[in-house]
Write a protein that binds this ligand. Structure first.
Ligand code: IPM
Ligand code: MG
Length: 357
């Protein structure tokens, strides 16, 4: 089998974490007998510098031609003053939209003996394993109209949260299907007590439930969901929600694992997938070999599962990560009795653990 992967390292710690993830990608492909062809292209701030555009058309075309994309992170203080449409983040939003990646899977779980690394009590998080299914190409992130206008002599900013039935149905379907492969419990998150867009969301999701009789469906308001994720994360199996709520709740869910440096993600649509860590570009630690590459490494695992249909390789990467964490930690997840390591060493350790089997 042969697969092509486009690597878009991006900005800040993006290049260092993707470098380690590519080591793991190559090692795992070797073990699986998969032939890879890798190509690299800039995105975000790096692409603004190289081509004056956070997602140059030729980079999107390369992504469209690849079987999968591995992305690092985008953004940094250097580009913070640019107008919204020219910012590095626009590159990320544009590649998600351009590839039609409407479903974003963000698993948050405890690897090995990591419960102590969480800021939450170990007994609250030990054994937690939840999956956030976030809608990624709609909602308030993309809704029109939007802008900043002048009204009665003062400026006014506005955005629009909108979802049509088709968009709700296709993400809810991914939610139900994901729950079916897990513990068959689905929480749909909305703000139906205040927002019309959420009232429709709830109605559409409820109407689909009979198609999935084995799945227990529960609805939660987003404020309550934020609380439940922190209060009793083990009670949540699969959670499906819109773009903005999913952005916020997946950062909250990250704290179960102790660090956002542990959260991988897969963005899926009808064709190829894009894999990226949930964390950002962390400009304050960029280039210092301090970043945790595990979120990106685990994203490679998700690539094997969802784009290459090789779930055993994802399991293999997960086992290797758990084994490494038993002794070695990057600074963000450091605990007493463990050996501190940098980003590059962490990548090498995962490759060694993979090869040991
Ligand atoms: C994420 C990030 C992005 C988002 C930003 C960088 C545009 O926070 O992937 O969660 O809001 O989707
Ligand atoms: Mg986010």
């Amino acid at each position: 089998m042969k697969k092509s992967v486009l690597i878009t390292p991006g900005d800040g710690i993006g290049p260092e974490v993707t470098r380690e993830a590519v080591k793991v990608l190559n090692a795992c492909a070797r073990l699986a007998g998969l032939t890879l062809s890798l190509e690299e292209a800039p995105i975000g701030g790096a692409a603004i510098e190289a081509a004056g555009n956070p997602l140059p058309p030729e980079v999107l075309n390369k992504a469209l031609a690849a079987d999968a994309v591995l992305l690092g992170a985008v953004g940094g203080p250097r580009w913070d003053k640019l107008p919204m449409v020219q910012r590095p983040e626009k590159g990320l939003l544009a590649i998600r939209e351009g590839l039609g990646l409407f479903a974003n899977l963000r698993p948050a779980k405890i690897y090995g003996d990591m419960a102590g690394a969480s800021t939450l009590k170990p007994e609250v998080v030990d054994g937690a394993d939840l999956m956030v299914v976030r809608e990624l190409t709609g909602g308030i992130y993309f809704g029109q109209p939007r802008g900043i206008t002048e009204k009665d002599g003062r400026r006014e900013g506005f955005n629009t949260m909108r979802y049509n039935e088709t968009e709700i149905e296709r993400i809810a379907r991914v939610g139900f299907q994901t729950a079916m492969r897990r513990h068959k419990r689905l929480v749909s998150v909305d703000k139906a007590n205040v927002l019309e867009v959420s009232a429709l969301w709830r109605e559409v999701v409820t109407a689909m439930a009979p198609e999935f009789p084995e799945v227990t469906l529960e609805h939660m308001y987003v404020d309550n969901a934020a609380m439940q994720i922190i209060r009793a994360p083990k009670r949540i199996d699969t959670l499906v929600t819109g773009n903005l709520f999913g952005d916020i709740l997946s950062d909250a869910a990250a704290m179960i694992t102790g660090s956002i440096g542990m959260l991988p993600s897969a963005s899926l649509g009808e064709g190829r997938g894009l894999y990226e860590p949930v964390h950002g570009s962390a400009p304050d630690i960029a280039g210092l070999d301090l970043a945790n590459p595990l979120a990106t490494i685990l994203s490679v695992g998700m690539m094997f599962r969802y784009s290459f249909d090789l779930p055993a390789e994802d399991d293999r990467i997960n086992r290797a990560v758990s084994a490494v964490l038993a002794k070695h930690r990057t600074e963000d997840i450091m605990a007493s009795g463990k050996t501190p390591v940098g980003c590059a060493r962490m990548g090498d350790l995962v490759v060694e653990a993979l090869e040991r089997g």
